[in-house]
Design a protein around this ligand. Structure first.
Ligand code: NAD
Length: 349
């Protein structure tokens, strides 16, 4: 699989490159960035380690490679200031993002490619990309709450002295202030986390607050998130490359799950070679469902503001709906323990 990282010279893009090199799954990696020397330096550094990692072709490239790429990751963007909300970033980032989308489209992006948006505010930019790129809605994903979920699990594990990979806890909704912790399904080694000795609701609240502020904490301490976001990107890229159908909280344009439409955010999503294979509506507590719906309202309001302030994004949005025909949705029984509503992604347009 050939993967391009637009913004590959930046902190997030270069950490994603290193994570993908260590992962050894993708065969070709193209780093693209307007900062020529920096991206050349990162490419050279990665290349130096190739003999100790994997047989991959690693190049510093331009947009001309886009038609040959199976997956395009966009990490180019402006960083959040310490006290700036992700949504405030939108005014500074949308114009830059639209320029990049134009370049990607003009280069001749394949209809079979998958695009992974990482730049913030990721849910808004995922929605814009889904409308602007002319791909099926299911081929455009955002990193969504994959990083937040990783942080959440790791912080719970650290506080409880548990092995991090055995903590299972998910964050859904916006990658931002309205994100929703899904306590009703949180587990340690397959058992309810709420029953584990030493666990309390108060500790849970503290850990969630720290998770929600994790990005700002990393910005204050080291200028921005890098390693964990790199690994989060790798998780999604490998699910696509291996067609593994992993269930990940990526962001995509929601097609009716939880009563939500016409907004991109994170719900449990099956990810495979064609991007979003299906969006799942698993049963949540009434409180969690309503928090998810209010997260969707927050994002919808911001999209409206973006469309009002950005004629370019508005024109693209109006001309190319991200859901041209109603997506197939069905309820599937899970051995008498309730129903899961499944909204299938398309394999083409
Ligand atoms: N979704 C998430 O979970 C998540 C997590 C962390 C950071 N982010 C976001 O990722 C983005 C990048 O963060 P960073 O810390 O890597 O910033 P950074 O400043 O280190 O890197 C951004 C890179 O983009 C490049 N760039 C700018 N315009 C470009 C263009 N037109 N074409 C190609 N490259 C271009 C810059 O030269 C720079 O190297 C930000 O928007 C940040 O908020 C998202």
């Amino acid at each position: 699989m050939r993967v391009a990282i637009i913004g590959g010279g930046g902190l997030v893009g270069s950490c994603a490159g290193f994570a993908l090199q260590c992962g050894g799954i993708v065969s070709e990696l193209d780093l693209i960035d307007v900062n020529g020397d920096l991206v050349k330096g990162h490419t050279l550094d990665l290349l130096h380690g190739a003999s100790l990692a994997a047989d991959q072709r690693i190049r510093n490239s331009g947009y001309e490679v886009i038609p040959h790429c199976d997956l395009v990751i966009i990490t180019a963007g402006l960083r959040r200031k310490p006290d700036e909300s992700r949504l405030d970033l939108i005014n500074r980032n949308t114009q830059l993002f639209l320029t990049i989308l134009d370049q990607v489209k003009a280069a001749g992006l394949s209809q079979e490619a998958v695009v992974l948006v990482v730049s913030n505010p990721v849910d808004i930019l995922t929605y814009v990309a889904a409308h602007k790129l002319g791909l099926s809605w299911s081929r455009v994903m955002g990193l969504g709450t994959v990083l937040d979920t990783a942080r959440f699990r790791s912080l719970i594990a650290e506080a409880m002295s548990l092995p991090a990979t055995q903590v299972s806890a998910t964050i859904l909704g916006e990658h931002g202030d309205s994100m929703v912790p899904i306590w009703s399904h949180a587990q340690i080694a397959g058992m309810p986390l709420s029953h584990y000795p030493g666990w309390s609701t108060q500790l849970g609240d503290q850990l969630f607050q720290r998770t929600r502020g994790g990005g700002a904490e990393a910005i204050k301490l080291k200028g921005g998130a890098g390693f964990a976001v790199g690994l989060s990107i790798r998780e999604v890229v490998h699910a696509v490359a291996l067609d593994s159908k992993r269930i990940l909280p990526v962001s995509s344009v929601i097609q009716g799950a939880y009563g939500i439409r016409d907004v991109a955010l994170s719900v449990p999503t099956i990810v495979g070679r064609s991007g979003v294979v299906a969006q799942l509506q698993l049963e949540l507590s009434p409180r969690e469902t309503s928090a998810l719906q209010s997260s969707a309202r927050v994002l919808r309001e911001t999209i409206n503001q973006v469309i009002a302030a950005n004629p370019d994004a508005a024109a693209a949005t109006a001309s190319r709906p991200a859901s041209p025909s109603p997506a197939a949705s069905k309820a599937v029984s899970t051995s008498g323990r309730g129903m899961v509503r499944v909204t299938m992604g398309g394999s083409g347009r």
